[in-house]
Design a protein around this ligand. Structure first.
Ligand SMILES: *Cc1c(COP(=O)(O)O)cnc(C)c1O
Length: 376
């Protein structure tokens, strides 16, 4: 059996001509940085997401970083987020000298738990006079939206902003709305393995607000002012390359179709896994859609996961663990002084979750073989 975990080669074959043509255009016009492809991809994706502005940038991490900078986040600020995510979500908070305050997750969606968010906001207000509660970063883990109807009013009523970390969920919808149109700012990533990926690093920030848009555009290029060598503030080198934008323009052509294909694959997995003992398939609340950045299932416990992943490896079926260690237990966040047991749901999920191969071109035959291996 030779089943890729993510199949970018088959995708490339579908759009090879357009990819080569688009890259060739960049080589011909020579505007490698901030070429015409940049404005074009920003317009296409912001239009698709139903947001006024898209600001392309060098990575999903830079998208988050630029957003926090635009919101003036710094030392003494508390930013609430989930510990069950890729490190970038909380890393940028700490890099700016602010303090990530973790909130446990929902055991079904693996996204931030609104009730715990309410508790943690109150905790910071009452017990951490050294911190000022500033905002929330909700993550749409594995491509499925967080519970925005609960989270957004909670944040706004407490005077906090909301950033949507849509690095894994560009194209997903919450009650019919694109996740990138939710919150005050939404950030996504075009890392190759994400549902919409380029051929290197890339990201985008989505905003409705014109002032925030202006700030983001400035921060993206060293805090540039009206004139190129006029610097109004500090910023970063956050631009996306024209070649990556050219790749995205070609890939975006088939992206809506690929989302549908991902859903077909996910539905097939759900049906096949229904009679696998001790394996819990992911579920998405009615009214929402996931783009299935990862297809993660739960084993009964840690030993059961080891057994199942061992069986897959033996049959040459790739699998992975997203994420084996929640952020509050990472050495990088040692100074936050969290301990095992602080986020029981995140810790439990991390101990028994694992991901199966997932991509739009996965065949039903391959899925059947994968599930057969799981059954033993
Ligand atoms: C991938 C990812 C990021 C960072 O994106 P990069 O483009 O790799 O910098 C941030 N948050 C989450 C949840 C991610 O999955």
């Amino acid at each position: 059996m030779s089943i890729p975990f993510i199949d970018l080669k088959t995708q490339y074959r579908q759009i090879e001509k357009q990819i080569k043509q688009n890259i060739d255009n960049v080589l011909e016009h020579g505007a490698y940085v901030m070429g015409p492809e940049i404005g074009e991809i920003e317009a296409r994706l912001s239009n698709y997401a139903g947001v006024s502005f898209g600001v392309s940038c060098a990575s999903g991490t830079d998208a988050l970083m630029m957003s926090l900078m635009a919101l003036g986040v710094g030392p003494g600020d508390a930013v609430f987020t989930t510990p069950f995510t890729f490190i970038a979500t909380a890393e940028v908070v700490s890099l700016l000298g602010a303090t990530p305050v973790f909130v446990d997750i929902d055991p079904v969606t693996f996204n931030i738990d609104a009730d715990d968010l309410r508790r943690k906001i109150r905790y910071v207000r009452e017990n951490r006079k050294d911190l000022k509660a500033r905002g929330v970063i909700a993550v749409d883990i594995f491509g499925q939206p967080a519970d925005y109807e609960a989270i957004e009013p909670l944040a706004h009523n407490a005077g906090l902003w909301l950033i949507v970390d849509a690095a894994q969920s560009f194209g997903a919808t919450y009650k019919g709305k694109s996740v990138c149109a939710l919150g005050d700012i939404a950030c996504t990533s075009f890392f190759p393995a994400k549902p919409l990926g380029c051929y290197g690093d890339g990201g985008m920030v989505f905003v409705h607000n014109e002032d925030l848009h202006k700030l983001l555009v400035s921060i993206r290029v060293h805090g540039m002012g009206e004139d190129r060598y006029e610097n109004d503030r500090l910023g970063i080198t956050g631009r996306m390359d024209s070649i990556q934008a050219a790749v995205l323009l070609a890939k975006f052509e088939i992206f809506p179709k690929e989302i549908e294909m991902r859903q077909v694959v996910a539905d097939r997995y759900a049906a096949l896994l229904a009679d696998v003992d001790g394996v819990t398939a992911p579920s998405v609340p009615e009214g929402n859609t996931s783009v299935w950045a990862q297809y993660c299932v739960l084993a009964r416990d840690n030993a059961h996961r080891t057994e199942l992943m061992g069986r897959l490896a033996e049959a040459s079926v790739p699998s992975g663990i997203y994420y084996p260690k929640p952020l509050h237990l990472q050495k990088a966040f040692e100074s936050l002084k969290y301990a095992p047991g602080d986020f029981p749901v995140s810790e439990d999920v991390a101990s028994r979750i694992f991901a199966l191969p997932m991509h739009p071109y996965l065949t039903s035959e391959d899925q059947e073989s994968i599930v057969k291996v799981l059954k033993g």
